[in-house]
Design a protein around this ligand. Structure first.
Ligand SMILES: Nc1ncnc2c1ncn2[C@@H]1O[C@H](COP(=O)(O)OP(=O)(O)OP(=O)(O)O)[C@@H](O)[C@H]1O
Ligand SMILES: [Mg+2]
Length: 261
């Protein structure tokens, strides 16, 4: 199965990671993807959300990272859990509060990293610093870097008119998602329902955000298929060459055998 792994993360608390993770998993599931939510956070807010709300077909797993152990084991375990979910799911959405004790290389496990941020100047600045520390991952030329999607969250109507986000310098190239608006619905729906089902501004902003992620997944699939069919063609060409080489070798061997017998 061509899987797509999404990590929703930020070092900042309360920016909407769990709200985005739970509702994105639900939205993708409703759009014909086989989805798992992998909640790495101790509090388990995103897994609680999906466990409480009407079932929508998302596989829910709460596996807090044992960060207290230290060393490489927490990330090793996190990778294993991710891998296992990929066997049976098309998309995995992971919810994680980032801490500097996590090795940045963990990000290479993912195809897409979504960083939710509020759009106040102070928070945008903190987000830029966070991305600065991880920038080498997104700029890697040795390993395949994940794509980075910055998602403005809890954005008020007044902030929509504000252009702070465009004034902020970010140290890496990134995609900017449609903003998820602030709405009481987002709070009220916790463990009860899904933001995208709600017909307020917050609900429709979430659907736009979800659609943006769906198009990133579709592009990834397309690129994967092109790559696979190119590799298949290359493999066929190689096999063809090998077959010709083998038959030449056979006749050379036969000639050599005849000449020397
Ligand atoms: N679009 C929104 N509109 C209004 N409130 C929101 C929105 N998104 C999130 N919230 C509220 O903001 C608070 C933090 O959200 P959430 O728990 O998703 O953030 P978090 O980044 O996962 O937090 P933590 O760091 O504690 O894990 C919650 O009270 C949530 O209901
Ligand atoms: Mg959370």
């Amino acid at each position: 199965m061509a899987e797509f792994k999404i990590l929703v993360t930020s070092q900042k608390g309360g920016v909407g990671k769990s709200t985005i993770s739970a509702n994105l998993a639900a939205y993708l599931s409703q759009h014909n993807h086989k989805v798992a939510l992998l909640d790495y956070d101790l509090h388990g807010s995103s897994s609680k959300w999906l466990n409480g709300a009407p079932k929508i077909g998302v596989h829910i797993q709460h596996s807090p990272l044992p960060l207290e152990i230290g060393g490489g084991r927490p990330v090793h375990e996190a990778k294993q859990k991710l891998k296992r979910l990929c066997y049976t799911n098309e998309v995995v959405v992971a919810d994680l509060t980032w801490t500097d004790s996590i090795s940045a290389e963990f990000l290479f496990e993912f195809d897409l990293v979504i960083v939710p941020t509020s759009v106040s100047e102070i928070e945008l600045n903190a987000t830029a610093e966070f991305l600065d520390r991880l920038s080498w991952v997104f700029q890697s030329t040795i390993y395949k870097p994940p794509q980075l999607l910055l998602c403005p969250t809890r954005v008020s109507h007044e902030q929509m008119a504000d252009d702070s986000i465009f004034k902020q310098y970010f140290p890496v190239s990134l995609m900017l998602a449609p903003a998820v608006l602030e709405g009481h619905s987002a709070k009220q729906l916790y463990m009860r329902g899904y933001i995208h089902d709600f017909n307020d501004a917050c609900g429709s902003s979430f659907r736009e955000f979800g659609n943006a992620v769906i198009s990133v997944i579709a592009q990834h699939k397309q690129a994967h298929m092109t790559h696979t069919s190119t590799s298949n063609l290359r493999m066929k060409a190689l096999l063809h060459m090998a077959a010709r080489y083998e038959s030449k070798m056979d006749s050379a061997f036969v000639n050599f055998f005849h000449q020397n017998s």
